[in-house]
Ligand binder design. Structure first.
Ligand SMILES: Cc1ncc(COP(=O)(O)O)c(C=O)c1O
Length: 324
């Protein structure tokens, strides 16, 4: 059974995304890659999943404008503007202080979104989104406010569904899901929260390791638990118990540009995958460490982040080869 099925979705991506063994990277075939970089919707990667539920919810509520935001390089902000355009909704993207241009913001503008700078750092963007939604409402609009990363109980449904999806794929490969370790990069926490809600609904006890790239573990654990419980309550299923996942705190070194880029080069040259430095590289490093110590199947969630991954190709090369 899939507990997300009774919730409407606005189709954007292609599912299931492939799950395959990384045989050129690890000959024993116990490292698997879940290819959400291949969701097939613009630059969205993993974010196509929450956006399907969020857009459906906005339409069901009769909203006419989506208000979201994030850091200037936010993959989610660009993807949300893209999804809103296809759903026939206006969109405003509030961008925290920083460089005014990025590929996701270009995409948002190309999708007719109004991209508005706000004088705050990214942690205050969620408040700005609520304020702007209130203003629009007072002007007679029907806004749908979406916090950074799509981090709402509705958005989390996307990864509750993904948990059901990957479980079926592990079964098909003859891998006992309860022996698997799932490694997920964590930004807003929406994906991990949904994944835990889906896991609890299926009563599956796999090891889930989140790699927190922007917030310290204690803060992120509270955020994930709250979103996950909200998602379970939407689905009418039992919530994930405390301690059902672990977090590795990479929030102090979230930008792999500070590192040597070795993981990115390895993935590109073995599996043909471009890793993004903010999410992909730290998650890759953690997955490789777990894989080296455990020898049990490890599923590394490949979430996308193509704009930063492309930019990183040249940078990581010159680092590794000592040209910088
Ligand atoms: C490429 C990529 N990977 C992972 C994440 C983290 O997902 P979440 O915000 O649901 O924790 C994001 C968030 O935007 C992302 O863009």
């Amino acid at each position: 059974m899939n507990p997300t099925q009774r919730h409407a979705r606005f189709p954007l991506g292609v599912r299931p995304t492939p799950l395959h063994r990384a045989i050129r990277l690890r000959e024993d075939a116990s490292l698997l890659l879940k290819r959400d970089d291949l969701t097939g919707f613009g630059l969205a990667g993993n974010k196509a999943r929450p956006l399907e539920f969020l857009m459906a919810d906005a339409l069901a509520r009769g909203c006419d404008v989506v208000v979201t935001g994030g850091a200037p390089a936010s993959n989610f902000a660009g993807a949300c503007a893209h999804a809103a355009y296809i759903a026939g909704l206006d969109c405003e993207v509030l961008v925290a202080s920083g460089p005014a241009s990025s590929m996701p913001l270009q995409l948002a503008r190309a999708c007719d979104a109004s991209v508005r700078p706000v004088e705050c750092d990214r942690s205050a963007v969620d408040d700005a989104i609520q304020t702007r939604a209130g203003e629009l409402e007072s002007q007679g609009r029907r806004p749908y406010a979406v916090p950074r990363g799509g981090a709402t109980a509705v958005g989390a449904l996307g990864f509750a569904d993904a948990a059901v999806e990957v479980r079926a794929q592990l079964d098909d490969l003859g891998i006992d899901p309860s022996r698997a370790t799932i490694v997920l990069p964590v930004g807003s926490g929406a994906s991990l929260a949904g994944f835990m809600a889906g896991s609890a609904a299926m009563e599956i006890d796999w090891r889930v390791v989140g790699v927190s790239v922007s917030r310290p573990s204690a803060q992120m654990t509270a955020q994930v638990m709250s979103l996950s419980t909200g998602c379970s309550s939407l689905m009418g299923t039992s919530p994930a118990p405390p301690g059902a996942f672990t977090l590795v705190d990479c929030s102090q070194d979230s930008d792999a540009l500070e590192g040597d880029g070795g993981g990115a080069r390895l993935m590109r040259e073995s599996e043909g995958i471009l890793l993004d430095p903010h999410y992909g590289v730290p998650a890759f490093d953690v997955a490789m460490q777990l894989h080296a110590t455990d020898r049990e199947p490890v599923v590394l969630w490949q979430t996308g982040g193509l704009p930063a991954a492309i930019e990183f190709v040249g940078v990581s090369d010159s680092r590794v080869m000592g040209r910088q």
